[in-house]
Design a protein around this ligand. Structure first.
Ligand code: ATP
Ligand code: LTN
Length: 339
């Protein structure tokens, strides 16, 4: 009998975001918002992780790192995740991640790792610090997911390649030993899987972009966000429509769709005969309406640090129980002597 089904009634979800800097609208729309929506269905048992072990693949200033980590925790909750229902935890508080991470590294081939586009991109950006962790990042990410026997992993589409390697590693281990891991599926949203830069709409919106007008931060003052949207690059035409050469407008339509729930067809109809000015004002308003309540809740949470500490402690305790079950199983199958 398969060993992968552990008395689970609900399907499981695991996902994570690195506390590597202020969260962008892209992170929110591509990842966080979907976590909130999926968790709200009550169909899944969800684990949400701050991937702080992953973050140190790029050098961090300890003080800034600590602040970014607490900010992200507060933003998870401010965005609507309910820590009472779904554990929220720091990866570094659950030793099982490092334990299984090593095992996964021993099942990952160098050739596979060298094909990862995130590695290639980051290697270019951080040529002065090409550390082994940056290279083996996908093995640790696979461990994160497999530890929880996750069925579904909601992420933006830039993470698809990491999900594929995770599935390969699960199958490789299951075939070499016996069924141990659930083989997870990616959940990529239909709208907003890739929010583009406001200045170069063929590039992903990224918090590490050197041009700050290219991204929207969830914690930016609202008036700054409105200005950035109004300044977003469009094209020389005037129709709010998708199409060749209209990447800027299409990106704003995507943002509008993700923040209002309207379909692309509905948006084209709504702005038929209207110009870019009206459209940008509507996008700015929709984004502001989405961000404002998150900022208010964030400010409340940041003045209640004890509550945040309680959440990450409970989260780690719960995550640890689930994750250690998988580690024990894996250690036994590998042939390690039981302690
Ligand atoms: P960086 O840009 O510094 O590499 P990042 O913004 O991609 O970092 P991550 O922590 O790597 O941040 O990503 C967190 C989640 O947000 C992932 O699920 C990722 O797919 C998603 N995501 C990131 N950027 C975007 C974007 N522009 N559009 C949609 N989803 C995104
Ligand atoms: N690599 C992811 C962050 C991440 C993650 C995970 C996402 C680390 N471990 C496990 C989903 C599941 C990124 O977004 N850059």
């Amino acid at each position: 009998m398969s060993d992968t089904n552990t008395n689970q009634t609900k399907k499981r979800i695991l996902s994570g975001i690195q506390p590597s800097g202020a969260l962008t609208l892209g992170n929110y729309v591509g990842a966080l918002k979907n976590w909130v929506d999926l968790a709200a269905t009550d169909e899944y048992e969800c684990y949400f992780m701050l991937a702080d072990l992953h973050t140190i693949t790029v050098r961090q200033d300890p003080k800034v790192f600590r602040k970014n980590t607490m900010d992200l925790l507060a933003l998870f909750i401010a965005s609507g995740l309910d820590p009472e229902k779904n554990p929220i935890f720091f990866q570094s508080h659950v030793p099982a991640h490092s334990m299984l991470g090593w095992v996964m590294m021993c099942y990952t081939y160098m050739g596979e790792l060298s094909r990862m586009t995130q590695y290639k991109d980051k290697a270019k950006k951080h040529a002065d610090n090409l550390n082994a962790g940056l290279f083996t990042y996908p093995s640790l990410m696979a461990a994160d997911i497999l530890l929880y026997q996750a069925d579904l992993v909601p992420v933006g589409d830039d993470q698809m390649q990491h999900l594929e390697i995770t599935r390969d590693l699960a199958n490789r281990f299951n075939n070499a030993n016996s069924p141990t891991f659930k083989v997870p599926e990616a959940y990529i949203p239909k709208v907003g899987a890739r929010i583009m830069s406001l200045q170069e709409p063929t590039q992903k919106m990224s918090k590490s972009d050197s041009n700050e007008n290219s991204y929207i931060l969830l914690l930016d003052p609202i008036d700054k966000t409105v200005k950035k949207i109004k300044r977003a690059v469009t094209d020389s035409g005037s129709e709010v429509k998708r199409g060749e050469g209209k990447e800027g407008i299409e990106n704003l339509m995507n943002i509008y769709s993700a923040t209002t729930g309207k379909t692309m067809d509905e948006i084209e109809a709504e702005f038929d005969g209207k110009g870019y000015g009206d459209f940008k004002s509507a996008v700015a308003e929709a984004v502001a309406e989405t961000i404002r309540p998150i900022q208010n809740k964030y400010n409340d949470l940041m003045s209640n640090k004890d509550y945040l500490v309680q959440i990450y402690k409970n989260g780690a305790e719960n995550a640890n129980k689930t994750a250690m079950k998988t580690v024990s199983k894996v250690y036994r199958k590998i042939g390690f002597i039981q302690p």
